[in-house]
Design a protein around this ligand. Structure first.
Ligand code: MG
Length: 269
C-alpha cells in the first residue's frame, strides 16, 4: 500500500501544527462514534455521522474514494481486521467489537487514527484483546524517538502482543503520513530481517497494531476490501498519528483538553 521508492518527508513545526488539527478532527469523529455505539446501530449510520462531523469541521473524509473505497469510515466488526465497508445491513449486536478507522484531509495534510470498541458486554478474553492492542500501540509510540529505528517500534508492539498470547497481522502495516495518506516508511507490527530506517525529527508516523486473538493469518473478502482473520476469530486495531519531535513522541490524534477546542485555531503544537 505504501510506495517505497519515495523519500521519507520531514515536517516543519508549522506543518505538524496543521497535522495536529487534521488529526484532532479524526479524534473528534472517533469520540462521537464511540458515544454512538450501541446494539441496533448500523455501520452505515456510523459512516454518515463520521462524514457529517468531518465536513462540519472543514475537513474532507480522506478514505472516501481512496483507491475506490466507497465510504468515509472503515468499520470492521469482530473477525474483520481492517477496511470493512459500512452497510445498512450490518447491524451491531451485543458482544460485538468494532474497529473504527477514519482519515481526514485538512489544509493539505492528512490525519489518520483508529479505535476498537465493544458493543455492550464482551467476553473477558475479547476485552483483554482490546486492552492489549491499545497498550501495544502506546508501547510502540514510546519508541518513536529520534535516533531509534522503525524496528524499535515494531519490536515493542510485537513482543507486547505475543507476550499476552496474541498474534500480530503481517500483511498490513502502519505508514508515514503527511501530504499523502500513505507515505514511507512502512511501520510493520513485527520485526523484519532487513535494514530499518532511522527515526528523525519531523517524521510523522501512523502506528497501527492489528492484533488477532487466534492465528495471524488474514484474507481479503470478494468485495476486494474487507480483511478478515483466516480462522474467523476476533481482531482489534488501534492507531495514532505521531510526530517525532525533540521532546519525544507527540500524539497528534489526541483529544484537546476539555473546553479548549476553539484554542486549536491559534495553532498550538
Ligand atoms: Mg492508517
Amino acid at each position: 500500500m505504501v510506495a517505497t521508492d519515495q523519500a521519507i518527508t520531514l515536517k516543519t513545526p508549522d506543518e505538524i501544527g496543521i497535522m495536529h488539527q487534521a488529526n484532532r478532527i479524526v479524534a473528534g469523529v472517533l469520540r462521537l462514534l464511540e458515544q454512538s455505539i450501541k446494539e441496533g446501530v448500523s455501520t452505515y449510520a456510523l459512516d454518515k455521522l463520521a462524514e457529517t462531523y468531518c465536513r462540519d469541521h472543514k475537513a474532507i473524509p480522506a478514505f472516501k474514494g481512496y483507491k475506490g473505497f466507497p465510504a468515509s469510515l472503515c468499520a470492521s466488526v469482530n473477525e474483520e481486521v481492517v477496511h470493512g465497508i459500512p452497510s445498512k445491513n450490518k447491524i451491531l449486536k451485543n458482544g460485538d467489537i468494532i474497529s473504527l478507522d477514519f482519515g481526514t484531509l485538512f489544509q493539505g495534510f492528512y490525519g489518520d487514527a483508529a479505535i476498537t470498541v465493544p458493543v455492550g458486554e464482551v467476553s473477558v478474553q475479547v476485552r483483554t484483546l482490546l486492552e492489549v492492542t491499545k497498550s501495544a500501540l502506546l508501547q510502540g509510540i514510546e519508541q518513536a524517538r529520534i535516533g531509534n529505528r522503525v524496528s524499535d517500534i515494531s519490536r515493542a508492539v510485537q513482543s507486547y502482543c505475543e507476550s499476552h498470547g496474541f498474534t500480530v497481522v503481517r500483511q498490513f502495516v502502519g505508514h508515514g503520513i503527511g501530504t499523502q495518506l500513505h507515505e514511507p516508511p512502512e511501520i510493520p507490527n513485527y520485526v523484519q530481517r532487513q535494514p530499518s530506517p532511522r527515526l528523525m525529527e519531523g517524521m510523522v508516523l501512523a502506528i497501527e497494531p492489528m492484533v488477532n486473538l487466534g492465528s495471524a493469518k488474514v484474507k481479503i473478502l470478494s468485495d476486494q476490501w474487507t480483511v478478515i482473520t483466516a480462522d474467523k476469530k476476533p481482531s482489534a486495531h488501534f492507531e495514532h498519528s505521531v510526530a517525532i519531535t525533540k521532546n519525544g513522541p507527540q500524539i497528534l490524534s489526541d483529544h484537546p483538553p476539555e473546553g479548549t477546542e476553539a484554542d486549536l485555531k491559534v495553532g498550538a503544537t
